[in-house]
Design a protein around this ligand. Sequence first.
Ligand SMILES: [Zn+2]
Length: 446
Amino acid sequence: MSVNEIISRHLFYPVHERLRGRSTLGQWRRLRKNDRLDMAQFEALRLDKLRRLLAHCRESVPYYQQVLQDIGLDDVRDFQLADLEKLPMLDRDVLRTQGEDVQARGYQHKLIPYSTGGSTGEPLVFYTDKHRESCLNAQKLRARSWFGVHPGDRQVDFWGSPIEMNRQNRIRQLKDRWLLNQVVLSASHLTEQRIAGYVKFLHQFRPRLIYGYPTVIYRVASYITSHPGVLGSYRPRLIVCTSEMLLPHLREEIIRAFACPVANEYGSRDGGMIAYECPQGSLHILGEQVIVEVDKPDNDGVGDLLITNLDGYGMPFIRYRIGDRGALDTTSCACGLPLPRLRELQGRANDFLVGRNGRLVHSSTANYVLRGIPALKQYQLRQRRDHSFDLYLIPSRALTETEKKTISDGLNNILDEIVPVNFHVTDSIAPEKSGKYRWVISEARA
Ligand SMILES: [Zn+2]
């Protein structure tokens, strides 16, 4: 470890978090101790946190005062995890209609507003608070520690749209770079030339951690594999992918280029930090922060995920419908962590294609068809309301008729329905405003 990293970890990072009113490092140390608990101790700990949250709700949150009265809960000490299902589910409509009644009284001055977009409907403004943000940051640090990456280690983030470079942002960038060892590289407008510059920077700066959207890291990885030796002896210790689905062919290419572990992070602004992949490849639920339930599971155990955030006191989220689908895994993991696991995570409902008789088909199935065509460098598949497809593609050469037929047949096959597939060759496919890239988008509704 460099002198710079030692100073950052023990001096600048703690001071930075303190000045921002966050107790991240204290939380991180506590979480690392929890990693050594057995499952029974861990369950007791989260039940205790749930009871404390409910006591707070009964004391200070008008909406939940009514809810808890309605289910006749007299003493939160009697509350068990299984009792959660007696509480109503929370969705965006409830948050909108209840207004200030879902916020804790006496917390107004501590609330931090966040607005979340989404491809459908109007944006929702919700509130987090400093305690919840500290807990979220601490969970990230904790999971990275499983791979030997610690606070203060050099880090590069591939992130979002370029922030306007005013004076304040420039100062922040210098602070992050020289005091915290963190550098953000813009994930938008990725040209070959810009990627070459990024790779050169990685080679010089030698971050232990690379963090960002998998599609962006994948493009950097592809550049590296087609320019062997460009990284010299440099290898990161860990790459963390976030916000988008980490498709298998992306993971494979990233591992090929960087020769280091790749972990998937699953969280959202409204739900919090939900799950993180361990070195054994299991997606562990960060159980001190969230309780995850599955609503109306199908035969495979897959259903809508409901999130209870145990650290959010300013605006409690209890049984919140996050919009993703997935399944729980009740077996334990070889890594020995006491944290529960997600067996499957299927992404947002509008990532699903709609087939015959309204059958939902997960978008990864379409990716499976398309990745069988090596000439497709990049693509975006859009399913229209009438179930037909528009495939926007950047090919390395013109597709043959046989390849087009393979794609059409493959897509018709997974929908179990005959629909037109229209091919559009293009020079670039823009990511969403956030810089996030989506491979498959469906406008069809079941
Ligand atoms: Zn594990």
